[in-house]
Design a protein around this ligand. Sequence first.
Ligand code: ADP
Length: 368
Amino acid sequence: MNRSLDAADVLLVEDNDGDALIVQELLEELGAPPAVVRAHDLAEAREFLADPSFAFVVALLDVGLPDATGLTGVTELHAAAPGLAIVVLTGHDSDELAQRALQEGAQDFLRKDRIDAEHLDRALRFARERARQTEGLRTSREELARFAHLVAHDLKSPLASVVGMLDLLEVQWTELTDSSRRDLVERTQTAATRLAELVDSFLALAESTTLEDRAVAVDLDGVLGWVQGVLERDLAAVEATLVVSSGLPAVQGAVPGIRQVFLNLVSNAVKYRDPGRNLLVEVHAHDPEDGMVEIVVEDNGRGIRDEDRESIFELGVRGAHGSGAGVGLSAVRHVVEEHGGRVWVGDGHGPGSRFHVSLPVAVTAAEV
Ligand code: ADP
């Protein structure tokens, strides 16, 4: 049998050589025998679990180990590796022991004197299935946390604009002329409307199922127009210019996600501008190739150090001058990759940063 140990997903914890041999022989009888690593006691089991070259899914655990009395082995193994499915092996026929083993975190219970290949096979299959479900739950929880971060991150800036303008109105009410008051109220209304649109985008994202279900032809001219509207105040405040090449193509994707990608890239350009010159942000696209189109978002800001080019896309990582939570670009990468595309930092023509985003070309006429 030519199964390498680093592919092992079953950890057999058994001090008795005879019992270990029986279990190993039974496992060999299975249709697709798993690769097994044997530990002689709990301490050795812990060492194997801590070794990153293994990815154990199931532990077959003897309850009579020299360094664990009663069910402490189950408790400790469960604490050391909560995702590991534990199948208890025992010589006793006791319902009470079985019950307690399950309470301590074991998933199944096999009597050594009655164990056969069929029981073992079933126990391993159930254990693997449970491990798969647990992993699925963990991924959903991570997705949810990522989503919560994202909502907070994207709502913050327009919300701060609304609050800022309302504060200004309150403090300077008597000094302001009628027309500047009206102007401020109108701008607050616009910012609040953008906020409501963002909330709608997030709701759509939360309710949506798969990307294919949500994907439509998204007109990038429209998306960049929307971004310009959301960031109007920020761009004006620093006298920035956003130049979008005409005739950007339509891409196949989900509107909230695509909007979020370009909102993040342009707002980063504003955030990381060089105060020594007026900010210029340019967006253009290359000719589509093999069903993908490459869009370039370029600015003349502070630029990105070569050594930061990869890491800035990781969650929570900030680069030089980084001032946020390091969430934006990881969200950008997530959305782009979900669409089957890629995002990377390219070489700029002079100072500033150059972000390249490849996305699938729309398969139908643009709706949005
Ligand atoms: P945040 O802005 O919250 O720190 P991001 O994930 O949006 O997080 O960006 C990560 C890092 O990438 C930033 O901290 C910044 O150093 C760098 N960065 C992003 N966009 C630009 C840009 N247009 N110009 C210069 N640096 C940038």
